[in-house]
Design a binder for this molecule. Structure first.
Ligand code: GLA
Length: 383
């Protein structure tokens, strides 16, 4: 990366910072409803090499062919115009804009090179990985000393205000707080984050990501509509967030709101319950037992939250049929990926069987890869 940086900008970078993508084990769309979620950072990272400049120019380059197709290899802006960025560079320049506006930061310009193996549009938070890598880089280079929890809020502002995606704080929390071999139990009402050792490796387990190749966009897709439906459910139930509704009370609301709004409520309330149960099992050293809860979570998303797509339903079904302990859609939905909990020894066979079955069902052949719980955003060691 140092060489690529030198080729792009003619100098050595001051350092390289990186952040992982994330997989959400369970607890979907619970973040903006004050619920629980249990994500972990994955061993796919976005790296950003940065060198401060002595003027107010910001140049951002990427080695991603996909992004270059959109906008070209190097995007040039100034600190003051960063908020007007479009395309992939918004995730970098948006951070500059938000830091300046929220914290009145007076840093100098910089050159940055982005390189990533976090797939984009898959539901593993490529955008949060990029924002967070830039946040930790600028935090250090501009000597800001921002707490991780505050970075979560700043990353969310980039999404909400610069990108225009009305997302919650799940992704940034996962990417910024992740620890190796742990998931983070996030409680969005209490605003707490607790590390939970996963113990997958010791139990001979692995998580497969099954990318459907159906792409989502949370700025324009059904995400915002779901969010509004959840707010409607909360309003009718007279609560600030759906977290206030107990599992055993959900049924009593059925004839007091539109049927689809009630289904959204049921998903949110039961998924927080599932997240609590999964966290308890994992913590108790019983990770094999979480499989059926994951699959129940998928059924809830498919039938109640209605944010799945046929290719992902097919992948979940095929994974379970091939011997996965459990499987579900992960992330914001309307495309993206499924995850499957599998025996590591059977992982390659299950992956191949799922890809075959999904293709046979008439969908694009999914791309399958395994992930390990990895470290959150950090400065990479110099080597
Ligand atoms: C996307 C959003 C998150 C969260 C998930 C669904 O990843 O960015 O805030 O709402 O969807 O759990």
């Amino acid at each position: 990366m140092r060489e690529a940086f030198a080729a792009a900008f003619g100098a050595e970078p001051d350092g390289i910072w990186s952040a992982p993508g994330r997989v959400n084990l369970i607890g979907e769309h619970t973040d903006y409803n004050g619920g629980l979620a249990l994500p972990f950072g994955i061993d796919r990272r976005t790296r950003v090499a940065v060198r401060l400049r002595d003027d107010d120019v910001v140049r951002v380059a990427t080695d991603s062919a996909q992004a270059q197709g959109d906008e070209g290899r190097v995007v040039t802006a100034t600190l003051a115009t960063a908020g007007r960025a479009t395309g992939w560079s918004r995730y970098v320049l948006g951070v500059v804009h938000v830091l300046r506006r929220e914290l009145a930061v007076e840093g100098s310009g910089f050159d940055a090179l982005v390189s990533s193996d976090v797939p984009v549009g898959v539901g593993v938070s490529s955008s949060a990985a990029l924002e967070s890598a830039v946040l930790v880089a600028l935090d250090e280079l501009w000597e800001l000393g921002i707490a991780r929890r505050e970075m979560v809020r700043l990353g969310q502002l980039v999404e909400n205000e610069v990108v225009g995606a009305p997302t919650g704080t799940l992704d940034q929390s996962a990417v910024l707080l992740a620890e190796r071999d742990h998931a983070v139990l996030l409680d969005f009402r209490a605003d707490t984050a607790e590390q939970v050792p996963l113990g997958f490796e010791a139990a001979g387990l692995e998580i497969l990501v099954i990318d459907s190749l159906v792409r989502h966009d949370h700025a324009t897709g059904g995400y915002g509509e779901r969010r509004r439906e959840c707010e409607e459910a909360a309003r009718i139930a007279g609560v600030t967030t759906l977290r206030e509704v107990a599992v055993e009370d959900v049924a009593s609301w059925a004839d007091r709101m539109p049927a689809h709004v009630h289904r959204r409520m049921r998903h949110i309330v039961t998924d927080t319950d599932r997240a609590a149960r999964v966290a308890a099992l994992v913590r108790g050293g019983r990770p094999r037992e979480i499989g059926p809860i994951l699959t129940d979570g998928h059924v809830s998303q498919r039938d109640d939250f209605e944010d799945s797509v046929p290719a992902i339903d097919a992948a979940v079904e095929a994974a379970v049929a091939a011997g996965a302990l459990g499987a579900r859609l992960t992330g914001g939905g309307f495309g993206g990926a499924a995850i499957a909990l599998v025996d590591a020894a059977a992982s390659a066979r299950i992956g191949a069987e799922v890809a075959d079955a999904v293709e046979r069902a008439g969908h694009a052949r999914p791309v399958v890869f395994s992930v390990r719980a990895s470290q959150g955003a950090r400065r990479d060691p110099d080597d």
